[in-house]
Design a protein around this ligand. Structure first.
Ligand code: IMP
Ligand code: MG
Length: 176
């Protein structure tokens, strides 16, 4: 596999995050917002999106890992790091890099809803089209992308490329 063409430039990402940040600012005005980033992938989205949210937000992080192959989610999610704080009665906004099978978020939502937050919503920079997934209500969506494996802006291939400032496609190497 090798790094292929740029799918979304850093300028496009920033413009989109600014728009999402404005929507979040309007929707949560006067409320006590807790943004929850899903590590590791969402660390860059979280940092950049949060700077477009003009509210006194709090932050927490969860780290999850799905068992199985490198480029497919198995649906079995393991919590590597749980939230530091309780979320009962809080307005929680989960921040994700990408929704592929949706299984990670489906699992996380069920896990977090049991803790009785006042509200729980999802913000995701990328949503893959053409993928069958359980129904997920994504309140703040960045871009819809084709069902290809992408890297950069927090997203990795085998642990690498998270620091690319844009989103690029991974391609097979070879002559074709
Ligand atoms: P899902 O559970 O299949 O929706 O996948 C969720 C997680 O898989 C994301 O948070 C990413 O960490 C990872 N993932 C899914 N698709 C891609 C991709 O195209 N590139 C890099 N990571 C991905
Ligand atoms: Mg990942």
């Amino acid at each position: 596999m090798k790094v292929g063409k740029v799918l979304i430039s850093d300028e496009e990402i920033d413009a989109k995050l600014a728009e999402m940040g404005r929507a979040i600012t309007e929707d949560y005005r006067g409320k006590d917002l807790l943004m929850v980033g899903i590590l590791k992938g969402a660390f860059i989205v979280m940092a950049d999106l949060a700077r477009h949210v003009d509210l006194p937000v709090e932050f927490d992080f969860m780290a999850v890992s799905s068992y199985g192959a490198a480029t497919k989610t198995s649906g079995v999610v393991r919590i590597l790091k749980d939230l530091d704080q309780e979320i009962a009665g809080r307005h929680v906004l989960i921040v994700e890099d990408i929704i592929d099978s949706g299984l990670t978020l489906h699992y996380l939502l069920r896990n977090l809803e049991v803790r009785q937050p006042e509200s729980i919503e999802i913000a995701a920079l990328l949503v893959k089209d053409g993928v069958e997934r359980p129904p997920l209500d994504v309140r703040y969506e960045g871009f819809h992308i084709p069902p290809e494996f992408v890297i950069g802006y927090g997203l990795d291939y085998a642990g690498k490329y998270r620091n690319l400032p844009h989103i690029a496609v991974m391609e097979e190497d070879g002559d074709g």
